[in-house]
Design a protein around this ligand. Structure first.
Ligand code: F6R
Length: 613
C-alpha cells in the first residue's frame, strides 16, 4: 500500500526513480510523483523540483519535463487514504518555500491536530493529506538550524502513527533522510551510490545488498554510505544482507500478466514450501522455525488462525487440515474483526497469523493483541523479516517467491501447503497413524505435478471463462472441505473481474440462496469424490431443476443432466483435495477478468499489502 523509492549518487535520479516506482506500482496506483534537487547554477542555488500527477507511473513519466535533472531524488506511488486521488494529494509534499520534500507510507493519526497548529504558525496547506504535515514540521525544525536528520527526528517525536518516510532538503542535497515506524524502509547499497525503498523489488535491478531498518530507526543516506540511528540520536549498527530472490521474479517473464505468471509458478512455489520439510522415515514434517517442542505442542488444546481476505480463507482450509489430521479444534477468523472484539486469549490455544506480505496492518494488530495478553503466536508468512514475521514467536516461511499481482494465488496455495505440514506435524505428535502420515506425505509430494496437470487445462478454462464472464453474478458452492474453496473462488472472481460472486455451503442452498438461482446466475460447484459426493450431486439436481447453469469442478465427469460443464481435476488425498480444486478457479477468475477487459494485476480500489486500518 503505497511505495517509496529514493536515489543518491552520480547518475540522473529520475529514470531510476521512475523504474523503481513502476516496480512498486502493485502497492498503490492512484497517483505518483517524484522530487529531485536540481543542482546549483552560476545564477541560482540548488532547488527542489517536484512533478506529481493523479494516475499511473506511466502518466507521471509522460508528465515529467524533459530537463528534470538531479542526482538525488525521492519518489512515491500512492493508494489514497487521506484525500481523493488528485495531483495535489499525490506525494511528494513540500513546505511553504518548496525546500523540503517528503514521501510517506502509513498514517499520521494526530495529523488534524498538528495541521491546526502549523497553519496557525503560517504553514500553507495545499493538499488534504496527513503527509503534508510532515513536510511543514520538518521545515519548522530546520528553520531552527542544525542538520536535516535532527529536524526529521524532532518532527517525528511529535507524530503519532505509522510511517515509512524519505525526506529531501534542497539546502542539504548531499543526503536523504529516511525513517521507519510500522511501514518498511530498506536501504540498497551500490557502488558510490545508495538507494532506499519501501520494498526490495524497487532495488533488485541495482543492488542485492540491502539493510532493513527496524521500527523507530532513521538513516542518513549519502552517495558513499549510510548511518543508522534511533529517534534519540543513538547510532545503531546494521549489517547488510543479500536479497536471494532473482531479479526475474519481479518481471512478468513473458506472461501477459503477473497474475498468470504467479498461477503458473505454483508447482515451483509448492516445491519450495515443502523443501526439506518432509520426513518419510517418521511420516511427519520438520518445521524448524516453530520454536515449540513436541511436549509444548501436546499441551495445545485449540488453534486459532488469524488473517485477512484470502489469507483468512487459506486459514479456513488450514483449520480443517488441523482438525482432520490432528483432531485439535481449530478455527480461522478475520484478523480485522478479532482485534476489535476484546478476544479471550487462552494459554493452551496456539494462535497462527497468516500473511503473504507480512505487513497487513489488521493482522499485525491482531498479533500484537494476542501477545499483549500473553498468548503465543506463530506466523505463516511469505516475506522474510517482515513486520508480522518479526512480531511472532516462531512460524513457517512459505518461500513462495515474491507475489506482485494484487490477487493472491501462489501465496494462497503455499499457505495451505504450510498448514498441511503443520497439521501433519501436529497429527503425528497426537494420534495420526504412521500409515495416514505416509499417505499425507505422498499426497504432498505429488501436488506439484498434479498442479501442472490442472494448469494444462488452461485453454479449456479460458473458453469456459469467456462463456460465463458476462453473467450478472455467480454462485460458488462447496460442502465442508469444499466450502473454503468456494469462498476463495468467489473472492478471486469478484476481486479481479468485478463480477458479483457469492459463496455458500452447498448444504445451505435451500435455506435461502436457492431463491437467486436462475439462468442468469450460474453456479460453480465443487464436487470432490469424497464421502459427501451424493449430497453434492443432490444440490446440483436442485439447481438444475430451477434452470440454473452449473459449472462443476470435480474428480470425475458429472453427468450432463446435473452440470452444463465439468472440469475434472486430479484426485489427491481427501484432506488435500481443496488445494487442487482451487487451481481452476484461479484460472477461471483470471480469464473472466481478461475477457471483460479488466486491469488484472491492479484491480480498481485495491492494492497489495494493506498497511492501513
Ligand atoms: C486476495 C488478496 C487479499 C489478501 C489480504 C491479506 O486475493 O490478495 O485478500 O489476501 O489483503 O494480505 P496478506 O496475505 O498480505 O496479509
Amino acid at each position: 500500500m503505497c511505495g517509496i523509492v529514493a536515489y543518491i549518487g552520480p547518475k540522473d535520479a529520475s529514470p531510476i526513480l521512475l523504474e523503481g516506482l513502476q516496480r512498486l506500482e502493485y502497492r498503490g496506483y492512484d497517483s505518483a510523483g517524484v522530487a529531485v534537487v536540481a543542482p546549483a547554477t552560476k545564477s541560482a542555488p540548488a532547488r527542489l523540483r517536484v512533478c506529481k500527477t493523479k494516475g499511473r507511473v506511466a502518466d507521471l513519466a509522460a508528465a515529467l519535463p524533459a530537463r528534470f535533472k538531479g542526482s538525488v531524488g525521492i519518489g512515491h506511488t500512492r493508494w489514497a487514504t487521506h484525500g481523493v486521488p488528485s495531483d495535489a494529494n499525490a506525494h511528494p509534499h513540500t513546505d511553504n518555500e518548496g525546500r523540503i520534500a517528503v514521501v510517506h507510507n502509513g498514517i499520521i493519526e494526530n495529523a488534524d491536530e498538528l495541521r491546526a497548529k502549523l497553519a496557525a504558525d503560517g504553514a500553507l496547506f495545499r493538499s488534504e493529506t496527513d503527509t503534508e504535515v510532515l513536510a511543514h514540521l520538518v521545515a519548522a525544525h530546520r528553520a531552527e538550524g542544525g542538520e536535516l536528520e535532527d529536524a526529521v527526528r524532532a518532527a517525528l517525536k511529535l507524530v503519532v502513527g505509522t510511517y515509512g518516510i524519505a525526506v529531501l532538503d534542497a539546502e542539504q542535497p548531499d543526503r536523504i533522510v529516511v525513517a521507519r515506524n510500522g511501514s518498511p524502509i530498506v536501504l540498497g547499497i551500490g557502488e558510490k551510490e545508495m538507494f532506499a525503498a519501501s520494498d526490495v523489488s524497487a532495488l533488485v535491478r541495482y543492488t542485492r545488498q540491502v539493510v532493513h531498518l527496524e521500527d523507530g530507526e532513521l538513516a542518513t543516506v549519502r552517495a558513499d554510505g549510510f548511518r543508522t540511528f534511533t529517534e534519540d540520536a543513538r547510532t545503531v549498527t546494521r549489517q547488510p544482507s543479500t536479497v536471494d530472490w532473482e531479479v526475474g521474479s519481479y518481471d512478468t517473464g513473458g506472461y501477459a500478466h503477473y497474475l498468470l505468471k504467479e498461477i503458473h509458478e505454483q508447482p515451483g512455489a509448492v516445491e519450495r514450501t515443502l523443501s526439506g520439510r518432509l520426513d518419510e522415515r517418521f511420516a511427519t514434517a520438520h518445521l524448524g522455525g516453530l520454536n515449540l517442542d513436541a511436549r509444548e505442542l501436546r499441551e495445545i488444546r485449540r488453534v486459532k488462525i488469524l488473517g485477512c481476505g484470502s489469507a483468512y480463507y487459506a486459514g479456513e482450509m488450514g483449520a480443517q487440515l488441523i482438525e482432520e489430521l490432528a483432531r485439535i479444534p481449530a478455527h480461522s477468523e478475520p484478523a480485522s474483526e478479532f482485534r476489535y472484539r476484546n478476544p479471550v486469549i487462552e494459554a493452551d490455544t496456539l494462535y497462527v497469523a497468516v500473511s503473504q506480505s507480512g505487513e497487513t496492518y489488521d493482522t499485525l494488530a491482531a498479533v500484537q493483541e494476542v501477545k499483549r495478553k500473553g498468548g503465543r503466536v506463530l506466523g505463516v508468512v511469505n516475506t522474510v523479516g517482515s513486520a508480522i514475521a518479526r512480531e511472532c514467536d516462531g512460524g513457517i516461511y512459505l518461500h513462495a517467491g515474491p507475489e506482485i499481482s494484487v490477487a493472491s494465488t501462489k501465496a494462497f496455495t503455499s499457505t495451505v501447503v504450510a498448514f498441511a505440514l503443520l497439521a501433519l506435524h501436529f497429527g503425528r505428535i497426537h494420534d495420526l497413524s504412521p500409515a495416514d502420515g505416509r499417505r499425507i506425505v505422498a499426497g504432498l509430494k505429488a501436488l506439484p505435478d498434479q498442479i501442472r496437470e490442472v494448469l494444462g487445462q488452461q485453454a479449456e478454462i479460458e473458453k469456459l471463462a469467456a462463456a460465463y464472464a458476462d453473467s450478472q453474478g455467480m454462485m460458488f458452492i462447496g460442502r465442508v472441505r469444499g466450502y473454503p474453496v468456494a469462498r476463495e473462488g468467489a473472492q478471486k472472481l469478484k476481486e479481479i473481474s468485478y463480477v458479483h460472486a457469492e459463496a455458500y455451503p452447498a448444504s445451505e442452498l435451500k435455506h435461502g440462496p436457492l431463491a437467486l438461482i436462475s439462468p442468469e446466475l450460474p453456479t460453480v460447484a465443487l464436487v470432490p469424490n469424497d464421502e459427501l459426493l451424493d449430497k453434492n450431486l443432490t444440490a446440483l439436481g436442485e439447481i438444475k431443476a430451477r434452470e440454473g447453469r452449473v459449472l462443476a469442478v470435480a474428480h470425475r465427469q458429472v453427468e450432463a443432466k446435473l452440470a452444463d460443464h465439468c472440469l475434472v481435476v486430479p484426485k489427491s488425498e481427501p484432506e488435500l483435495d481443496p488445494l487442487l480444486l482451487n487451481i481452476p478457479l484461479q484460472l477461471l477468475a483470471y480469464h473472466a477478468a481478461v475477457a471483460l477487459g479488466r486491469d488484472v494485476d491492479k484491480p480498481r480500489n485495491l492494492a497489495k499489502s494493506v498497511t492501513v486500518e
